[in-house]
Design a protein around this ligand. Structure first.
Ligand code: SF4
Ligand code: SF4
Length: 105
């Protein structure tokens, strides 16, 4: 359910590896730690699958102003009385955080 074209390509961080010779002559870790800079870079590669990260896409594309911002960290409210069910918001959500469920009549 991700819209991956919203994200830029970002190759993963390469962690330092001990050479074969040094692996045979000691007990040092073979795969090195990532430092703070690399850890921050890795965190930025997160796609936030299924979790709203407040990009405002749904808020911007809704033609009926049926989505209300609740402020930083509080995400959004969907006003179902105004929503016509066009499906734009789930199709434009980068991370698949919106699910449309058919209404039972
Ligand atoms: S489905 Fe409803 S809330 Fe979503 S964009 Fe369409 S009208 Fe707006
Ligand atoms: S629900 Fe999706 S489109 Fe709307 S703000 Fe959150 S991440 Fe963006």
């Amino acid at each position: 359910m991700l819209n991956t074209w919203y994200y830029s390509d970002a190759p993963r961080t390469v962690r330092p590896m001990l050479s074969v010779m040094r692996r045979q002559s000691g007990f040092a870790e073979i795969i090195g730690d990532i430092d703070q800079e690399n850890a921050t870079f890795e965190a930025r590669r997160c796609l936030s699958c299924g979790n709203c990260f407040e990009c405002d896409n749904c808020y911007g594309v809704c033609p009926d102003n049926a989505i209300r911002k609740l402020g930083p960290g509080n995400r959004f409210e969907f006003k179902y009385d105004y929503c016509k069910g066009c499906g734009l918001c789930p199709s434009e959500c980068p991370c698949g955080a919106i699910m449309m469920i058919p209404e039972e009549i």
